[in-house]
Ligand binder design. Structure first.
Ligand SMILES: Cc1cc2nc3c(=O)[nH]c(=O)nc-3n(C[C@H](O)[C@H](O)[C@H](O)COP(=O)(O)OP(=O)(O)OC[C@H]3O[C@@H](n4cnc5c(N)ncnc54)[C@H](O)[C@@H]3O)c2cc1C
Length: 451
């Protein structure tokens, strides 16, 4: 045997699983397809402004994500609040309105409609069984409709519906027509509430990591040393009563257990012998990813602050529907605007030239901070849809019927094969905190099975 446990994937989930197993005295190998660790987290230098960095993948940490705060503090990684000074902006139907606080400035009728819809959504979300969403009261009913069809019935104004469509794209990186209502409710309850997921202060966008959230995976890897092998995609896994064998382009490795710490859709691209149970395989066929291109426009200074703007902005029209200030804290650093291309826009703009994409993003940003947006000194982008070992973001969403018909296979081990990854988390599913929780759970499962 090459190890007690082989972990597939060196994202935060896989690295956490390996770290916890090593702490229990188990021998571990982590096999990672890419030539880097971190998966959906990745920190990059800001060109021309050392030592500043931006996160091209996962970035924020917020209240309730205790596992992540604990892990950051373990490795001495400091957080800083997301900059929120000044007014935020909402651009609806082409009209820009400034506001401060949590409630965007929409007309009173739309606000009332948004409020009553959110109240109904939160009331339903509180009924979700996070451990077993398919056991939620009225699960079959909630899982037989999309978030979009529910919105059309519940939210009376088109502007109100557009507010939720924008929020949905920001949170799920896909349109509400693609989501089971049960999944939308589960995901928001898993991260406390929809309001928590779209909020900055007190919400999921509250804090950033000074050295970059991508640094967490790098620190975990340093801890694991040569147990982590890069450039080693796992193509096949076979198991029998003696153990598991894992096929990679550079040869076969054996272990007593394996933890597959990759999103379900990528787990479904590995060949298994014997074949997986039908329910598990169908789950991997029904857990598609949303779409994201994350862009950073870098300027000599955060010029929007002099205009009283925080650069936190949302719009019902794209291509950039959501933007934030990603400048470093303190004076003297560059000004950095973070622009998300979500869902269908990310697919469309993934197919045009880099020049056209840059031009469309910058033009879109002028609606939020004025014409100076057109002249950045640097521009960074990462198309997560095009990444072979991610294929879209932020993570999986389940369409109607999936939770109730195949959801039970999400975490259930198949013989010697265990499943990790943020998609398998009960709390903070889709987030780095959920990835840590999933790694800890799978490590405990494998350790117990080995004992
Ligand atoms: C643009 C963006 C913004 C985000 N923002 C936030 C945020 O602000 N806060 C937050 O908490 N979360 C955020 N997220 C989500 C967060 O990054 C993820 O939830 C988390 O990183 C998932 O970790 P994971 O280990 O479960 O999966 P992954 O990070 O996807 O790790 C899986 C690993 O497995 C590897 N792999 C895949 N297939 C194979 C194979 N066959 N063989 C070997 N290796 C394989 C992959 O290369 C990858 O390294 C964001 C994500 C993106 C993309």
């Amino acid at each position: 045997m090459d190890a007690d446990v082989i972990v597939v994937g060196a994202g935060v989930a896989g690295l956490t699983a390996a770290d916890r197993l090593v702490a229990q005295g188990r021998s571990v190998l982590v096999l990672e397809a890419r030539d880097r660790v971190g998966g959906r987290t990745l920190t990059a230098d800001v060109p021309g402004f050392p030592p500043y960095v931006v996160d091209q993948g996962g970035q924020w940490v917020g209240p309730g994500q205790d596992l992540l705060y604990k892990e950051l503090s373990r490795f001495g990684l400091a957080t800083q609040p997301q900059s929120t000074g000044g007014s935020a902006l909402v651009v609806f139907r082409g009209k820009a309105r400034r506001y401060t606080g949590r409630i965007p400035k929409l007309d009173p009728l739309t606000l009332l409609d948004v409020g009553q819809t959110q109240f109904r959504f939160d009331r339903l979300a509180r009924t979700v069984d996070l451990a077993q969403p398919w056991r939620t009261p009225r699960a079959a009913d909630l899982d037989s409709q999309t978030f979009e069809t529910w919105l059309r019935r519940t939210c009376f104004t088109e502007r109100g519906r557009d507010f939720f469509r924008t929020a949905c794209e920001a949170v799920f990186a896909t349109v509400p027509a693609n989501l089971s209502l049960l999944h939308a409710l589960f995901y928001c309850a898993s991260g406390t509430s929809l309001e928590t997921l779209i909020s900055t202060v007190g919400g999921a966008q509250q804090d950033r990591v000074v050295e970059g959230l991508g640094t967490l995976a790098v620190r975990l890897t340093a801890h694991l040393g040569d147990r982590v092998r890069l450039g080693t995609p796992v193509r096949a896994i076979s198991q029998d009563e003696t153990g598991v064998r894992v096929q990679t382009p550079t040869g076969e490795l054996s272990a007593r257990r394996v933890i597959v710490a990759v999103p379900p859709t990528l787990a479904g691209r590995i060949a298994y012998t014997p074949a997986l149970p039908a329910r598990r395989d169908q789950l991997t066929q029904r857990a598609p990813h949303g779409g994201i291109i994350k862009c950073h426009a870098v300027y000599d200074s955060p010029f929007w602050r002099a205009d009283g703007l925080s650069a936190e902005a949302a719009s019902d029209r794209g291509p950039v529907k959501v933007a934030f200030d990603a400048s470093p804290a303190g004076a003297g650093g560059p000004g950095i605007l973070l622009a998300f291309l979500d869902g269908p826009e990310s697919l469309r703009l993934g197919e045009v030239s880099a020049e056209q994409r840059r031009a469309e993003v910058l033009q879109s940003l002028t609606r939020f901070v004025g014409p100076r947006a057109l002249e950045p000194v640097a521009f960074l982008e990462r198309d997560w849809n095009a990444e072979e070992w991610t294929r879209g973001c932020y993570g999986a969403h389940l369409p109607p019927g999936a939770w109730t018909q195949v959801g039970a296979a999400l975490r259930e081990p198949v013989g010697r094969v265990h499943w990790a990854g943020t998609e398998t988390a009960e709390r903070w599913c889709g987030y780095v905190d959920g990835a840590i929780a999933s790694g800890e759970r799978a490590a405990a499962e494998a350790h117990t099975a080995l004992s």
